[in-house]
Design a protein around this ligand. Structure first.
Ligand SMILES: NC(=O)c1ccc[n+]([C@@H]2O[C@H](COP(=O)([O-])OP(=O)(O)OC[C@H]3O[C@@H](n4cnc5c(N)ncnc54)[C@H](O)[C@@H]3O)[C@@H](O)[C@H]2O)c1
Length: 328
């Protein structure tokens, strides 16, 4: 029998620290060569300004997780349809037989695993004494981004900038309550960069959200929003000034305008990209090496994050007896 798990089931089962732990292990297995993960399929549904992504992965080693997420990205959903930008469904298979173990909602799961990978990156790349976070975008992802950052560093305060000031106010109020730190809305992008230790770009913007000349030594940036060749949240100056760690260089070089545009301009070479996150996690390449360098994690989102998180959800659901059993 397979398990059917709703968004609320997934929400009850996932904690941020456990999600960070399994995502970190997935990246370690990736660097060790124990992952099979093709590039994701991308269907651009131009008529409706949407994206449909097919994301399969097998993670070997002790994790032994096999899954496929289908996720859609419709940026106009929140304003035009009262639906989230990201909607996802995940199929988890038994790696020993191929039989389906579970079908689960992957909207909340996506937000958790995207927050978690930034948590992993922040752990290896941000200064240990990081206390202040500046966020761009006050949407779904920005919530788990701040939660994850607070899980790996002793964050004392945060500020958030969004072009939608109502969204910004609502985010600040909700996250202040959730994380028990002051989270304040700011009305100019510069205030979300200057004096911050960690900067998070988690918006639906397609043009750079801040000027890389505003960056200060020692800052760490998590760039998670854009994942199309012609869109970017980070400008060329940011990429040139930072030590760049992608989730997976191969994926970023076909999807991330943040890196592809500076490469096309000749502002950086492929050799300037420091390492993939997994190589840093596995200890093959260094993370942050001093308090002065500017570090940047660029994420387009990988299927190993989904398979590892779904496997955790499934294990916990079986332990506590959550979800609906059904036979196909
Ligand atoms: N890297 C990954 O693994 C990953 C995973 C999920 C989503 N995403 C991407 O992250 C982005 C955000 O997703 P979401 O689910 O939070 O969307 P969302 O619609 O809930 O929130 C996006 C927010 O960005 C704001 N925004 C737009 N332009 C801005 C600008 N110039 N400056 C500041 N804020 C701006 C919007 O007003 C909105 O509040 C999307 O592009 C999505 O595709 C990436």
């Amino acid at each position: 029998m397979a398990l059917l798990l709703s968004r609320s089931d997934v929400q009850q089962l996932l904690s941020m620290d456990e999600t960070i732990r399994v995502v970190e292990e997935a990246f370690r297995q990736f660097a060790l060569g124990n992952v099979i993960m093709p590039q994701r399929t991308v269907i651009r549904v131009e008529d409706y300004h949407g994206l449909h992504l097919g994301m399969p992965a097998y993670i070997g080693g002790e994790m032994d997780a096999l899954g496929l997420k289908v996720v859609t990205v419709y940026p106009e959903n929140p304003t035009k349809k009262q639906l989230p930008t990201i909607i996802g469904t995940l199929l988890l298979n038994d790696p020993t037989t191929g039989a389906p173990l579970a079908v689960m909602d992957a909207g909340y799961l996506t937000a958790m695993r995207t927050g978690a990978v930034s948590g992993v990156a922040t752990k290896y790349l941000a200064r240990r004494d990081a206390r202040k976070v500046g966020l761009f975008g006050a949407g779904v992802q920005a919530r788990t981004q701040l939660w994850a950052t607070c899980t790996v560093r002793d964050i004392k305060s945060a500020v958030v900038y969004d072009v939608d000031s109502e969204a910004c106010q609502a985010y600040a109020k909700e996250m202040t309550g959730h994380l028990d730190i002051p989270v304040s809305p700011v009305d100019d992008p510069r205030s979300a960069v200057e004096g911050m230790d960690v900067i998070v770009a988690a918006s639906s913007a397609t043009e750079p959200v801040f000027d890389g000349n505003w960056l200060e030594p020692g800052q760490h940036i998590n760039g998670i929003g854009s994942h199309s060749p012609k869109a970017r949240e980070l400008d060329t100056t940011t990429i040139v000034r930072a030590k760049v760690v992608p989730d997976w260089t191969e994926a970023c070089l076909v999807e991330a305008g943040d890196l592809m545009i500076p490469l096309d301009e000749g502002a950086i070479n492929k050799e300037d990209i420091h390492a993939d996150l997994g190589e840093v996690v596995a200890g093959f390449k260094p993370g942050r090496e001093n308090d002065e360098e500017i570090t940047l994690f660029k994420s387009v989102g990988l299927a190993i994050q989904d398979a590892s998180t779904a496997s955790l959800v499934y294990r916990k659901a079986r332990e506590v007896g959550l979800g609906v059993e059904f036979a196909f």
